[in-house]
Ligand binder design. Structure first.
Ligand code: ADP
Length: 328
């Protein structure tokens, strides 16, 4: 470009100097010299700047690629560590379950005292062994469940049509007696919900059992209710399986129990977290139920949310795609 500008300037000077006198020609040549020097200098500066810029760009791209490679490597390391942790938990839980099962079977046989040779005190001890063993087994099963889900290993789902009336019978059978024993009211309502939805019945029962067991555990007086109804909102943003569903069904478990402080309402969904660890001796539990329930809900294409007020009660709501035709 600089060369072209210089060439045009030379051509123009020659053209015009032929028509002018020698004095003006000398002046024109001087101007031409000055113009060409400035043009060449500008060209030199420009080419240096452009060269520098290209070098900086190359360096930047190199750094960017290097950083990207490092992030990829770190992500792989974290994934490897996470998988190793989950594999360890899964193996340990499995190894613990086998001897524990035999212990429970034998304690169960002893508890029945078939040859009537145990004293009442001894029978009481066996009862304690059996119930502690059962708690331990439940804990191990929960850890195994969570490890399986967290490891990213495919969790087998059995999608099928679930009749909500059957679900109502299941929760009645599981919790009615407990409600009577605790002197707490218990209501199950199907309020405009579809007759059936497509989901994994066992997993759905597991989530509702967790939510209802918590509701009864943390409620001394008043009422626990399960209401199943269509819903239009309430789940966390971005759950495409719910947003894209023709219908969403909400399973709301409401209680009049101790409630959860606002700043603890998200934390209770994390593994091994309890709203108030100082009350764990009173209420028991491990802080795993809600994290498993939320993971399971998400596997089923749904979500769980909570609203609660300390001293007044809580409402945990499970949202599931409610179309009878959609697979989880
Ligand atoms: P766990 O009940 O075994 O401790 P969860 O994960 O089911 O474990 O619950 C975590 C915590 O959330 C509980 O320890 C309790 O602090 C709080 N929580 C859950 N459900 C309720 C409820 N219905 N009312 C009050 N607090 C609750």
């Amino acid at each position: 470009m600089v060369a072209a500008a210089c060439a045009i300037a030379v051509w123009y000077t020659i053209e015009t100097s032929a028509r002018l006198g020698p004095a003006t020609t000398n002046q024109a040549l001087l101007v031409l010299l000055a113009f060409n020097s400035v043009a060449v200098l500008t060209g030199l500066v420009l080419s240096t700047v452009l060269g520098e810029r290209a070098r900086a760009m190359r360096e930047l791209r190199g750094r960017h690629d290097e950083l990207e490679a490092r992030v990829r490597e770190r992500t792989r390391e974290v994934e490897r560590a996470n998988r190793a942790k989950s594999d360890f938990l899964a193996t340990m839980s499995h190894e613990l379950r086998t001897p524990l099962n035999s212990l429970l079977i034998l304690a169960g046989m002893l508890r029945d005292n078939p040859v009537r040779n145990l004293t009442p005190k001894q029978i009481q001890y066996v009862h304690t062994i059996h119930s502690s063993g059962t708690d331990l087994l439940a804990l191990i099963n929960e850890i195994l469940d969570l490890a399986r889900i967290e490891s990213g290993a495919p969790v087998r789902l059995d999608p099928a049509l679930v009749r909500l009336a059957d679900l109502q019978v299941y929760v009645e059978q599981t919790f009615r007696q407990l409600a009577v024993e605790k002197g707490v009211g218990f209501r199950v309502e199907l309020d405009g919900a579809p007759a059936e939805i497509r989901s994994d019945q066992r997993r759905l029962q597991q989530i509702l059992k967790n939510l209802l067991a918590n509701a009864f555990k943390f409620t001394r007086r008043g009422e626990v209710a399960l209401r199943v109804a269509p819903a239009a909102a309430g789940w966390s943003a971005g759950r495409s399986s719910l947003e894209g569903a023709a219908q969403v069904v909400a399973f709301s478990v409401t209680d009049t129990g101790i409630g959860i402080a606002r700043d603890k309402q998200e934390m209770v969904f994390e593994a091994f977290q309890q709203a108030d660890p100082s009350t764990s001796a009173e209420y028991g539990g491990t802080g795993l139920g809600l994290s498993i329930s939320r993971e399971l809900a998400r596997l089923l294409g749904g979500d769980i949310s909570v609203s609660s007020e300390p001293g007044r009660g809580s409402c945990f709501t499970l949202y599931l795609p409610g179309d009878a035709g959609s697979a989880p």
